[in-house]
Design a protein around this ligand. Structure first.
Ligand code: M6R
Length: 606
């Protein structure tokens, strides 16, 4: 994820761009850059690191230009460094482009353009854009952009300016956010509304497939064929600070709702014709084929994703998997053998215990495969192989979209391993891959039940204790649901494999005690029903989360229904009502949802 900002008007562009980028830094902050149109050329400055680094480099530079574009980056293609930072220029230095998204066919475009003599200075997918425009350009930037877009696969919110057409900015959007801000004698563009609020509150939201041109005195929106559209601007009344997460009151809720899109991003380019493509693991094939067991290690939510991974891999790959909390893994007398593969999972890629576990595993001769969300993080740099989750920056301390992306990626890894090791036939892999492809839509369906979850939260909010139970993968999902509730609502929540309750914990189940029962695994449904009856018989108030369970619904006090699907992949869907439940309970209890007490987003101490 990246942030883009643009301005055309009568004021010096640079300070406005920097101010806007500051408000977009939550979208990515590994490098930043600006381009301003000057009468004698394009003023370009870009730097690795946060925006503050760019600002200090600019110290003293005051380009007078009144048209410009800027970018704050969360690297996807190419490490964070000066030359990979945006904006990118064409060969003549006359066109500048900033882009948020991924141009999936950039390799073939780049080869074609290089063959035509274009010179590339970065490793990014974005750089093909100014060069393609340079090829197409015949004096009209709008016509050139309309001709360029059909050649692109992937997602983009892009802004373009040309030395030959001063005053004019062009933008296009597909699957990446883009808004326009209307001023008097000046107009703006940005990835998100907060960047524009100091200057205007009249906002136009661009839709997928649209192109727009901005001049100081007006904005025009077009469809992909160049037909002009009419669109009313709407007034924004939020205050600028809260609006960064707008229209959501908290980042956590925003991130929960982003999941259908982030899951699609995780899948993007990784499935084709019913096959799973993980080219990042090409060099690992021999190890993955030969290893006799797998270790997974991680902390917190990432550990819970690993627990789901154990069930998936053992079932589909018939390979034994040990899952360890990283702070335990690093201090036990590990029996790692040559050919063992250790999978470390970390959203931030900087968690101290996970990093230490990774280093220990490598010191002991094992190979390490990292699953992480942050490009160039320590975990990513030090592992032998890396799979990125592409969930975008997660700001709320409570992890939500990173978890579902991790589980989804492990599901893909399971199919990849099953293919490599021949434990599933190609047609079985295809069938399961089709199921995986449906998960983003299923998550979207669950999100539509938010009002129902919010009213159940009212029932839970007065309690100080709560139990989460499940069997098999449901137990792993229950553990994640309980963690969410604990960390943001401060309700004590315990997770139990449902069959284990009667060995002690059942003593705590008394009249009215809330129990959240996960019952999504068809093969375990009857057993789970017995456990639900056990707690009901002791007076528990039971909320079930189930996909198929008519019988379950009849036994419990409240029931949340998931869209049916292969139970193997339901953890990605089943966790979503639990995230919403924790969120609404925390709000009802007046807790600081995004920054819960005693916690931090990235735990870089042991
Ligand atoms: O960045 P990591 O995935 O390594 O972080 C691990 C845990 O600290 C993290 O998942 C934590 O448990 C979350 N706050 C839970 O919501």
């Amino acid at each position: 994820m990246c942030g883009i900002m643009g301005y055309t008007g009568y004021r010096q562009a640079l300070p406005l761009l920097l101010e806007g980028l500051k408000r977009l830094e939550y979208r990515g902050y590994d490098s930043a850059g600006v381009a301003v149109l000057e009468s004698n050329g394009i003023f370009l400055k870009k730097k690795a690191g946060k925006l503050a680094v760019l600002e200090s480099c600019l110290n003293g530079c005051q380009p007078a230009g009144v048209v410009g574009i800027g970018h704050t980056r969360w690297a996807t293609h190419g490490v964070p460094c000066d030359r990979n930072a945006h904006p990118h220029l064409d060969c003549r230095g006359e066109l500048a482009v900033v882009h948020n998204g991924i141009i999936e066919n950039y390799i073939s475009l780049r080869a074609e353009l290089s063959g035509n003599g274009h010179r590339f200075l970065s490793e990014t997918d974005t750089e093909v854009l100014p060069h393609l425009l340079e090829e197409i350009y015949q004096g009209d930037l709008l016509a050139s952009l309309l001709a360029l877009l059909p050649r692109l696969h992937g997602s983009y919110a892009m802004a373009v300016m040309s030395l030959r057409e001063p005053g004019r900015l062009l933008v296009a959007r597909r699957d990446s956010p883009l808004v326009l801000g209307l001023g008097k004698g000046e107009n703006f563009l940005a990835s998100d509304i907060p960047a524009l609020l100091p200057y205007t509150r009249r906002i136009l939201v661009m839709e997928d497939g649209e192109v727009a041109e901005l001049w100081p005195d007006g904005v025009k929106i077009y469809d992909a064929s160049g037909r002009q559209l009419t669109r009313e601007a709407f007034p924004v009344e939020w205050d600028a600070a809260a609006a960064e997460k707008a229209p959501y009151p908290h980042f956590m809720l925003k991130e929960i709702h982003e999941q259908p899109r982030t899951l699609r991003d995780t899948l993007r380019g990784r499935m084709e014709g019913g096959r799973v493509l993980l080219p990042e693991l090409d060099g690992a094939a021999t190890y993955l084929r030969q290893c006799r067991r797998l270790f997974i290690t991680a902390c917190g939510t990432a550990f819970h994703a690993g627990l789901v991974g154990k069930y998936l891999i053992e079932k589909l790959v018939r390979l034994p998997v040990e899952v360890d909390i990283a702070s335990e893994f690093r201090y036990r007398d590990l029996l790692l053998q040559p050919h063992d593969v250790v999978v470390v999972i970390s959203q931030s890629g900087e968690t101290a215990d996970t990093l230490a576990a990774l280093r220990l595993a490598r010191n002991l001769g094992a190979k390490v495969l990292a699953i992480t969300n942050v490009l160039g993080s320590s975990v990513a740099r030090e592992a032998d192989w890396v799979l990125y989750t592409w969930a975008g920056p997660e700001i709320a301390v409570a992890s939500t979209k990173a978890y579902t992306a991790q589980v989804l990626l492990i599901a893909l890894l399971s199919l990849h391993l099953a293919e490599l090791r021949g434990t599933l036939s190609p047609s079985e892999v295809t069938g399961l891959a089709q199921e995986i492809d449906l998960l983003p839509e299923r998550v979207a369906q669950v999100l539509r039940q938010e009002a129902e979850v919010a009213s159940l939260a009212q029932r839970l909010k007065e309690h100080e204790h709560c139990f989460f139970i499940g069997r098999g993968m449901d137990w792993a999902v229950a553990a994640e649901g309980a963690l969410k509730l604990k960390e943001i609502s401060y309700i004590h929540a315990e997770t139990y494999p449902a069959g284990e309750l009667k060995h002690g914990t059942l003593a705590l189940i008394t009249e009215g005690v809330p129990v959240v029962a996960l019952a999504t695994q068809l093969s375990l449904l009857e057993k789970m029903l017995s456990n639900i009856k056990e707690v009901k018989a002791r007076g528990a108030w039971v909320l079930a989360v189930t996909a198929d369970g008519e019988e379950v619904a009849e036994e419990v006090d409240a029931c949340l229904r998931l869209p049916p699907g292969d139970p193997l992949f339901l953890p990605v869907v089943a966790v979503v009502p639990l995230q919403l439940l924790a969120y609404h309970v925390a709000v009802a209890r007046g807790c600081d949802v995004d920054q819960p007490r005693n916690l931090a987003k990235s735990v870089t101490v042991e």
